[in-house]
Design a protein. Structure first.
Length: 366
């Protein structure tokens, strides 16, 4: 008897790299290794490879050392590792689910404001959230009268693109902003102002949707703020668990901790032992873990089929967890950068284990 197929929905660039063995940070071999452990066979395809009327898909399947394209019955369980932002794609994915396909992480690019609003509903999570408002001129004035440092960021960007910072000085404010929205942007500009918002800030807020947040009082390492990327995933039991966490430290030149923006990775135990020996390290880790699980559990009550997310969580100097944002498609490579190989590998095994749980008729516990 052949193993059942588990679908991995991917984007065009990753799909093109599969037969070449060039999938960059997406470690395809780990999916296949996990498939052998859990008795399933991963297959890889894009949205356009599916013939939904026939319930067929043209997918890559590993055969020996190579990948071959085959026509298969559309798997009944699919893990979404692609991002589709248009309405037509959303409707196609909806059609799959209407035909009985379980597509977990079906939609994985949620507005940062929507995530914030969902978390606000939870009394135990609310104290961990930064002051947050949609970026309007009125709200910006309110936030400027309340806080001394603000972060302004697009509600749908990732890896630090387009993020700006505003700081209060004795008689003025200073705005730091990127010269472009490109990931490769290396140019940052500053402008000081007193009463009137800078024209560049006005134009940005009017051209796309931003949000304003209180800049959180993050703990530091070597004088630089850091936060944590936390992998929260459902696994073989269907329950949420914390696969791992890695610290991202801002560069000396910039306020962003994103690795793509020059941040560096460290393990949290190293940071705590170096900078915070007075804290109870086990208690800090427990608080972060408990908080992250609460966030994942609460989000999954309102976001259907959520099963694999990357949380950005900071801590104060006292070890109190602070929520920054949720990534619906966790890039996972921070674990690789930190040489945390087993955790990096586990981030690929857990989705396959969860897929097997669903194939066996498991119902995700709330």
């Amino acid at each position: 008897m052949t193993n059942p197929y588990v679908g991995i929905l991917v984007n065009d660039s990753l799909y093109a790299g599969i037969p070449l063995g060039n999938t960059k940070y997406e470690a395809i071999p780990y999916y296949d290794e996990a498939g052998k452990q859990y008795g399933v066979t991963p297959c890889y395809f894009r949205l356009q490879d599916v013939l939904i009327d026939k319930m067929k898909v043209h997918a890559y399947v590993q055969e020996g050392l190579c990948f071959e394209q085959k026509w298969l019955d559309l798997p009944t369980v699919i893990h979404n590792r692609a991002i589709y932002l248009d309405r037509a794609s959303y409707q196609k994915l909806e059609e799959w689910t209407k035909r009985g396909v379980i597509l977990f992480n079906r939609w994985n690019r949620y507005s940062k404001l929507r995530i914030h609003d969902i978390l606000l509903k939870n009394d135990s999570i609310r104290p961990h959230l930064p002051g947050t408002y949609p970026a309007t001129f009125k709200n910006l004035k309110i936030m400027m009268s309340t806080y001394d440092s603000l972060i302004i960021k697009p509600i749908n960007s990732s890896i630090g693109r387009g993020v700006m910072k505003m700081d209060r000085h004795v008689r003025s404010w200073k705005l730091i902003y990127p010269a472009s929205m490109k990931i490769s942007n290396q140019i940052w500009r500053t402008v000081s102002f007193r009463h009137y918002l800078p024209l560049t800030l006005r134009r940005k807020i009017q051209s796309r949707t931003y949000m304003i947040q209180q800049r959180l009082p993050l703990a530091t390492f070597d004088g630089r703020p850091f936060d944590l990327r936390i992998s929260a995933q459902r696994g073989a039991s269907g329950e949420w668990g914390i696969t791992g966490m890695v610290a991202k430290v801002a560069s000396r030149e910039l306020f962003l901790t994103n690795v793509a923006q020059g941040g560096e990775v460290r393990t949290l135990p190293d940071i705590l032992s170096t900078e915070y020996p007075h804290l109870n390290h086990e208690e800090v880790l427990r608080q972060i873990t408990d908080f992250s699980l609460r966030v994942a559990l609460h989000l999954s009550t309102e976001l259907p089929y959520l099963a694999d997310i990357g949380l950005d969580v900071g801590i104060t100097n006292d070890g109190f967890p602070l929520f920054i944002e949720c990534n619906g498609k966790d890039q996972r490579y921070s674990f690789l950068e930190a040489n945390m190989q087993e955790i990096w590998k586990a981030t690929y095994f857990n989705p396959i284990a969860y897929a097997k749980f669903l194939l066996d008729g498991g119902i995700p516990p709330l």
